[in-house]
Design a protein around this ligand. Structure first.
Ligand code: ATP
Ligand code: MG
Length: 552
């Protein structure tokens, strides 16, 4: 998938060495989302990385839901995540996996630690536990119940499981080192009491394992060779390794950390994205303004463009802040090469071609796209009345305005050169119609009299066209780092992030536009049909102008 000439990134280098030295026989990675929201662009990086590494080294990648916290998780998120991974073009090995399907094993492994004197039931509530944990500068204090007997711990743990105690009243903790310089090693929690039904296991459990107790063990059960996570887990690695060393696990995975993707003008935190959804600031997780994979899909981004972007940003050991213009460049580049062209008029202004016969129509023909020979030509109906964009007409203008002006000529794209004679106005003085003339024999030719047209403008025939709504998007946030400096990130929302054109006109073929097919509306931008609206609606994917200069 990645370009072969590129130097190996640090993870590819590690994997290559592991395969060559025989440390690892087969590369097995996993993408481990928690189903507590939709996936965002940061997850796309992790997906491309995990699936991409497996693909490049002849291995496999699992899709595993890290579903250890039923309070925030939902089946709808599970389904959305599967769809997003598939849409990006990746196939997971075998069935989808769930951390929750290993809960019986985790329970036994917790008992194993208790029996080895390495775990105990703690009676501190969460607040007390925090006090006892100490800080970066002070060691922690041992829990008063740290020295319970194995028998008592086994009994209490089983009763926790059976639902005999209230949430927060007890927890199971590993017995490691309350004075460790790494706070993660100060007797971390293995199990909490949560009297919550779970989307996979129903009412079976009253206790749920912590992320730390679950994650590495899930990897070990699945025989993951390289467990790749983001940098914030680097401090958890000693604990990851401690569990692997102290449990009867079937394999010994290794954790590697890479830098998260952060994008300017964008939030990549499920918690914040959920807030945008819950407070109806956007219309659901797949709103085209959302930096979710589902949002990008609905907006008209292609899987190839997102994969290309992930390839461009690369993988490093430090967090990165990427210019969102680079993502926009990736989709613009893809659509420029691949999207069929179409004409669209956002602000229709009628032009009557007074010298064109009233009962005549003809079919003109224009290339499907200048960049694709495989596309069939488009047939454009033409007649005495056409619509142009109101922005493309002025009664008077200086030389810089290369569009239609009274007494001057312009070319209707793929059709005739026309010359404007008169603007018709309503009582309010607004222009409601333009009278113009067709210059004879100018389809694909310059006028015979040598008076050349200024510019080329798009148009649609009055007698045959598609009519639709257009949603023009701008960035959701108008500052580079929404919420920076302790501000509420919602204060940085761009108030002009959406403008709706209720009645735009376009080429007749757009009536049958397929969802997922991007178009270049000539001179306007890239658009795709909305997947949810019941009427014909086009979402703007991205404008035509590229502000990303750094691309090679
Ligand atoms: P968030 O912080 O948005 O809630 P998360 O890390 O809690 O995300 P998970 O569902 O746990 O979400 O993430 C699944 C995988 O995606 C993890 O391996 C995580 O490290 C990775 N991931 C999440 N966000 C990013 C990001 N911004 N860049 C790269 N990888 C990410
Ligand atoms: Mg997480």
């Amino acid at each position: 998938m990645s370009e072969t000439e590129k130097p190996l990134n640090f993870l590819e280098q590690i994997i290559k060495n592991d395969l060559e030295s025989g440390k690892v026989a087969k590369v097995i990675t996993r993408f481990p989302p928690e189903p507590n929201g939709f996936l965002h662009i940061g997850h796309a990086k992790s997906i491309c990385l995990n699936f991409g590494l497996a693909e490049s080294f002849g291995g496999e990648c699992n899709l595993r839901f890290d579903d250890t916290n039923p309070a925030k998780e939902e089946l709808a998120y599970v389904e959305a995540i599967k769809k997003d991974v598939e849409w990006l073009g990746f196939r997971w090995a075998g069935e989808v996996r769930y951390a929750s399907s290993y809960f019986d094993t985790f329970y036994e492994w917790a008992q194993h630690l208790i029996k080895a004197g390495k775990a105990y039931v703690c009676d501190l509530n969460p607040e007390q536990a925090r006090e006892y944990r100490g800080s970066l500068t002070e060691p922690g204090k041992p829990s008063p119940t740290r020295e319970r007997s194995v028998e008592e711990n086994l009994d209490l743990f089983e009763r926790m499981k059976n639902g005999e105690f209230d949430e927060g009243s007890k927890s199971l903790r590993a017995k490691i080192d309350m004075a460790s310089g790494n706070i993660n090693m100060r007797d971390p929690v293995l199990y909490r009491i949560r009297k919550q039904a779970h989307h996979q296991t129903g009412d079976k459990w009253n206790i749920y394992p912590s992320y730390d107790f679950a994650h590495g063990q899930e990897d070990a059960i699945e025989g993951i060779s390289h467990s790749i996570c983001t940098l914030e887990f680097a401090d958890h690695k000693p604990l990851y390794d401690w569990f692997i060393e102290n449990l009867p696990v079937p394999s010994k995975p290794t954790q590697y950390e890479f830098g998260r993707l952060n994008l300017n003008y964008t939030v990549t935190s499920k918690r914040k994205l959920k807030q945008l959804v819950d407070e109806n600031i956007v219309d659901g997780w797949d709103d085209p303004r959302m930096p979710t994979i589902a949002g990008y899909r609905r907006r008209g981004y292609t899987p190839a463009s997102l994969r290309k972007f992930c390839d461009m940003i690369g993988v490093t050991r430090s967090d990165s802040l990427v210019d969102v213009a680079m993502l926009e460049h990736a989709i613009r580049d893809d659509l420029d090469k691949n999207a069929p062209r179409a004409m669209c008029v956002l602000k229709p202004l009628k032009v009557v071609l007074t010298n064109y016969p009233e009962d005549k129509t003809e079919a003109l023909s224009i290339a499907g796209s200048p960049n694709r020979d495989d596309l069939a030509d488009r047939s454009l109906p033409f007649g005495r009345e056409v619509f142009i964009d109101a922005e493309d007409f002025r009664e008077e203008a200086n030389k810089k305005f290369k569009r239609l002006v009274i007494g001057k000529r312009t070319r209707l794209r793929g059709a005739y050169v026309i010359e404007a004679d008169e603007a018709i106005k309503n009582e309010a003085g607004e222009i409601i119609e333009v009278r113009a003339r067709v210059i004879d024999d100018t389809v694909g030719k310059d006028p015979a009299d040598g008076v050349k047209p200024k510019g080329v403008i798009q148009w649609v025939a009055a007698h045959e066209h598609a009519e639709f709504e257009v949603r023009l998007y701008d960035r959701l946030f108008n500052v580079e780092a929404p919420g920076a400096g302790g501000k509420d990130f919602l204060d940085d929302i761009n108030p002009d992030n959406l403008s709706v054109v209720n009645k735009a006109l376009g080429e007749v073929a757009l009536k049958n536009a397929e969802v997922g097919q991007g178009y270049q509306f000539e001179r306007i931008g890239y658009f795709c049909r909305d997947s949810k609206a019941e009427t014909l609606v086009f979402n703007q994917t991205i404008g035509l102008r590229d502000s990303f200069n750094k691309a090679g």
